[in-house]
Write a new protein. Structure first.
Ligand code: ATP
Ligand code: MG
Length: 189
């Protein structure tokens, strides 16, 4: 069976949190998608320079725990299996072999960065972009991208905040799904 419409939600997920869960739920509610694929970046090249990103296998396990059971959602290791930097356009090319259409699902913070992505002008011709709100203002979509907004109550949470505030076990429960906690605590670094 070929897939008609696929949503692609990529990220570093260090760790996955309730903001990601809310975004995936909101995307599923649009009824635009037959499937939503979450890709865990093997080498998140735009985050090089940050102290230490947890190993891909740990981020994958955390994403599987976090997003397990969400409507339409499958977690994929395809960007981890692929060598080299995780370029979205390579993932889109792979997915277009199975799907008629691929939409990127991104948080509003990434909208203004789209033109910095690898082979951005080519990518812009291949996908539409569904933008999920994030606190901090309206998304600024660069010229040339076809986009739409996905309705959601903004969730004020980021992986950076969780990493920087070192929440204890109890506080972590406010930020990440239960199944993520032992995996995250096992790799505090
Ligand atoms: P970091 O702080 O390390 O950048 P993050 O919380 O932004 O982490 P990422 O793994 O970078 O998480 O993001 C994956 C995707 O999820 C991106 O499209 C990002 O915009 C989106 N996203 C992350 N947090 C939220 C949130 N609170 N609400 C909506 N979208 C979010
Ligand atoms: Mg981010």
């Amino acid at each position: 069976m070929t897939l008609r419409r696929l949503g692609l939600f990529g990220g570093t997920f260090d760790p996955p949190h309730f903001g990601h869960v809310a975004a995936l739920r909101a995307a599923a509610r649009t009824h635009r998608f037959n499937r939503i694929e979450v890709t865990v970046a093997g080498d998140p090249y735009l985050k090089r320079g940050r102290d230490s990103v947890r190993p891909a296998a740990v981020r994958l396990a955390m994403a599987e725990a976090a997003f397990d059971g969400l409507d339409l959602v499958v977690v994929s290791d395809r960007e981890i299996r692929r060598a080299g930097p995780s370029y979205t356009i390579d993932t889109v090319r792979e997915l277009l072999r199975e799907a008629d259409e691929v939409d990127l699902i991104i948080g509003a913070d990434l909208a203004s960065q789209l033109d910095r992505w690898h082979e951005a002008s080519e990518l812009a011709t291949m996908v539409r972009v569904g933008v999920v709100p994030r606190p901090g203002g309206a998304p600024a979509i660069p010229v040339g991208w076809v986009s739409y907004e996905i309705a959601m109550e903004p969730v004020d949470l980021s992986s950076t905040y969780i990493r920087d505030t070192h929440p204890d076990h109890e506080n972590l429960r406010e930020f990440v799904p239960e199944g993520v906690i032992p995996l995250y605590e096992g790799f505090r670094g």
